[in-house]
Design a protein around this ligand. Structure first.
Ligand code: NDP
Length: 247
């Protein structure tokens, strides 16, 4: 199973991979894992200090020099996406991997008392921003001989659960976007499109959602990287339209 995947050390050599929400949690671990397996990583996130610290760590480890893209997905415009793509086209010419990882949890409360502002924020960051980035990055992904787009789902993106509100709806939308895009690209391009549900993982988001839970009960982000590596490397070539569980 991809969760137990044993990647070759040079699995991602020569590949350029963009990770959203790279500064913390699962995105941070994935960025480090991709860099450690040879990729040049483009670190996109909203807190620049976290991206700078990660950049330093990757460089100190002797991996390929990363790039940093400070971007707030809550307020990102189509214009900003187009500027980003123009810059990446100049610097890299192509993108071989895109990990949509950034998300916000939003409110944990019944629909009846949910606020429209919080609903819109969750949909904006988790769904609309992922659409916008994908929409504008597709030409750079098509320029790659073999590209992989990975969306991040959740258990509540497959079966709804009380009080998970906009977050659950946003993850259903993410699964839908993955399926639509996968089918559109399957015959006509070298781009595969899949989802990962990380499962309960010890991050700030999990600790916020389950304050009464012992954090150490769940695996660290570093422990769930098998599927994240599998989907970015050539062993997953031809696999598309699938929603994976990382645990
Ligand atoms: P974290 O909250 O630990 O990290 C989320 C990352 O996304 C942070 O780096 C955060 O930036 C970034 N981010 C949030 N909002 C924005 C924004 N507006 N613009 C740019 N970046 C933003 O979450 P996890 O690592 O736990 O989650 C990663 C993914 O996994 C998410 O899609 C989540 O839904 C999913 N997931 C997680 C599970 C878990 O148990 N942890 C279970 C199921 C799914 P900053 O550092 O600035 O806060």
């Amino acid at each position: 199973a991809p969760a137990d995947y044993q990647p070759a050390e040079n699995l991602l050599e020569g590949k350029t991979i963009l990770v959203t929400g790279a500064g913390d949690g699962i995105g941070r671990a994935a960025s480090l894992a991709y860099a450690a397996h040879g990729a040049t990583v483009i670190l996109l996130g909203r807190t620049e200090g976290k991206l700078d610290a990660l950049y330093d760590q990757i460089e100190a480890a002797g991996h390929a020099k990363p790039a940093i893209v400070p971007m707030d997905l809550l307020t990102v415009t189509e214009e900003q996406c187009m500027q980003l793509v123009a810059g990446l086209a100049d610097e890299f010419g192509q993108i071989d991997g895109l990990l949509h990882n950034a998300s916000v949890l939003g409110e944990r409360r019944p629909i009846q008392s949910a606020t429209y502002t919080a609903w819109q924020e969750v949909m904006q960051v988790n769904v609309n921003a992922a659409f916008l980035l994908t929409r504008h990055l597709l030409p750079l992904l098509q320029a790659s001989p073999s590209a992989s787009i990975v969306f991040t789902s959740s258990g509540v993106g497959r079966t709804g659960r009380a009080f998970w509100g906009a977050y659950a709806a946003s993850k259903f939308a993410t699964e839908g976007l993955m399926q639509v895009l996968s089918e559109e690209l399957v015959e006509t391009s070298n781009i595969r499109v899949n989802c990962i549900n990380p499962g309960a993982t010890n991050t700030t988001m999990r600790r916020t959602a389950y304050p009464a839970e012992h954090p150490e009960k769940n695996p660290s982000p570093e422990e769930i990287m098998g599927t994240y590596l599998y989907l970015m490397g050539e062993d997953s070539a031809g696999t598309t339209g699938v929603s994976f569980d990382a645990q």
